[in-house]
Design a protein around this ligand. Structure first.
Ligand code: KG4
Ligand code: ZN
Length: 357
C-alpha cells in the first residue's frame, strides 16, 4: 500500500492565522487530520475593520505555535509531511508574507515541495473537503472581499461569469451592521437580529437588478440604509431593517443566480448541473435555504462547505495543495506574495465609476 500524501496548509491572508494537515483515505477522499484557526476579531473590533499592521504582528506572534499545534493534533510527525501549501494571495501583503515565508522556510528545511496557493481557490475547493464534486461546476463565492460567479472548469481553470462592481457581499453585511451599531465583523449578527424583524418593513434598492447579467452591486444598499438608520429609534426598527436587508440580498441573489445558471449552461452544456456556494457569507442560513430551493426548482445539485469551513481556514488551502501535489504542480521558493490575484486572470476589471455593464 503506497503512502497517502500528507499536506500542511498555512493561511495568513487577512485576520485568521491558520494551519491544517490533511491526507486521503483509501477511496481517495480528503481527510482533515487537524484544523487550527486563531481569529484576530478581538484585536480589530475596536477599529471597525482589519488594521494591517496589527494583523501582521499577530500572525508573526502566532504562526509557529499554530503550525506546531496543527502537527501535534494530527498525530503525525513533521518529517511525514509531503508538501507545504501556503496562501500567496490575494490579501494584505504584510499578512500574506508571514505565512508564505514560514511555509517556504519549512519546505526548504524539510527538503519538501512548496506550493503557493490562491486563497480564492481555497474557498472554491473547500466543499471538496466533505463532498465529491466533479468539474465543471458553477461557483458562487461570497466572502468579505469577493463576490463572484465562476465557471470552474478544472483545477486552476476559472471563467468569471459575474462579479461585484463595488462592495463584496460580506462587506455589505459588515457595513450594514456597523450602521446598526454592531461591532466588526457584524455579518453573522445581522442574521441573528433579522430573525426578530419584519422583512417587509423597509423597501430597499436592488442595484443593477435588471441589467448587467449576473454582475452584482451592493453599494447603493448601504446609502439607503444610512438614510433609514438616522430615523431609527427602537430596537424593533433595527431588527426590521436587518430583516429587510437580508431579504433584499436574498432577492438579488435569487435573480442573479438564475442568470448565472443560464450562462453556465451556455458555456458548458453540463451533464450534471452542480452549484457550489463558498466563502464566509455561505454560512448564512437564510441565503443557504433560498439557494437550495432555487436549485431544486432548476434541477441543480447544491453543495455547501460545512459551516466551520465557510470562513477562512487552512484546510481549504491544504485541499488545493493536495490536488496540486497529485499533479506535481510545485512552486519555487521565490514565489511572491500577490495582493491581487484573480481566479480568472483574463476577466476585465469591473470596479469604480464609469464601469460599463
Ligand atoms: O470568507 P471569509 O471568512 O473571509 C474572507 O475571505 O473575506 O468571509 C468573511 C465575511 C465577513 O464579511 C462576515 O461578516 C461574513 O463573511 N459572514 C456572514 C456570516 N458569517 C460570516 N455574512 C452573513 N451571514 C453570516 N452568517
Ligand atoms: Zn476568505
Amino acid at each position: 500500500m503506497s503512502k497517502k500524501p500528507l499536506i500542511l496548509g498555512i493561511e495568513s491572508s487577512c485576520d485568521e492565522t491558520a494551519a491544517s494537515l490533511i491526507t486521503e483515505n483509501e477511496k481517495g477522499s480528503p481527510v482533515i487530520l487537524s484544523n487550527i484557526i486563531s481569529s484576530q476579531v478581538d484585536i480589530h473590533k475596536e477599529f471597525g475593520g482589519v488594521v494591517p499592521e496589527l494583523a501582521a504582528r499577530s500572525h508573526m506572534e502566532k504562526i509557529d505555535w499554530i503550525v506546531q499545534k496543527a502537527i501535534d493534533n494530527s498525530g503525525c510527525k513533521v518529517d511525514d509531511i509531503d508538501a507545504i501549501a501556503a496562501t500567496a494571495g490575494p490579501g494584505l501583503v504584510v499578512c500574506l508574507s508571514v505565512g508564505l515565508s514560514f511555509g517556504k522556510a519549512l519546505a526548504a528545511s524539510l527538503k519538501k515541495p512548496f506550493i503557493a496557493i490562491n486563497h480564492l481557490e481555497g474557498h472554491a475547493l473547500s466543499p471538496k473537503l466533505n463532498s465529491k464534486i466533479d468539474y465543471p461546476y458553477l461557483l458562487l463565492l461570497i466572502s468579505g472581499g469577493h463576490s463572484q460567479f465562476l465557471n470552474v472548469q478544472d483545477l486552476g481553470k476559472y471563467k468569471r461569469l459575474g462579479t461585484t462592481i463595488d462592495d463584496a457581499l460580506g462587506e455589505a453585511f459588515d457595513k450594514t451592521a456597523k450602521l446598526l451599531g454592531i461591532k466588526f465583523p457584524g455579518g453573522p449578527q445581522i442574521e441573528i437580529l433579522a430573525k426578530k424583524g419584519d422583512p417587509k418593513k423597509y423597501d430597499l434598492p436592488k442595484p443593477i437588478f435588471n441589467k448587467g447579467g449576473c454582475n452584482l452591486s451592493f453599494a447603493g444598499l448601504k446609502t439607503a440604509i444610512l438614510r433609514i438608520t438616522k430615523n431609527i429609534k427602537t430596537d424593533q426598527e433595527k431588527f426590521d431593517l436587518a430583516a429587510s436587508f437580508q431579504k433584499t440580498i436574498e432577492e438579488i441573489l435569487y435573480k442573479k443566480t438564475k442568470i448565472a445558471f443560464q450562462e453556465f449552461e451556455k458555456q458548458n452544456n453540463p451533464q450534471k448541473k452542480i452549484f457550489v456556494v463558498a466563502g464566509g457569507v455561505a454560512a448564512n442560513q437564510n441565503i443557504r435555504t433560498m439557494l437550495k430551493n432555487l436549485c431544486l426548482e432548476e434541477s441543480y445539485q447544491s453543495i455547501f462547505p460545512p459551516m466551520d469551513l465557510c470562513g477562512d481556514n487552512a484546510a481549504m488551502i491544504a485541499m488545493v495543495g493536495l490536488e496540486k501535489f497529485k499533479l506535481n504542480k510545485f512552486d519555487n521558493l521565490d514565489y511572491p506574495a500577490k495582493p491581487r490575484w484573480p481566479l480568472d486572470e483574463n476577466a476585465a476589471f469591473l470596479k469604480g465609476a464609469g464601469v460599463k455593464l
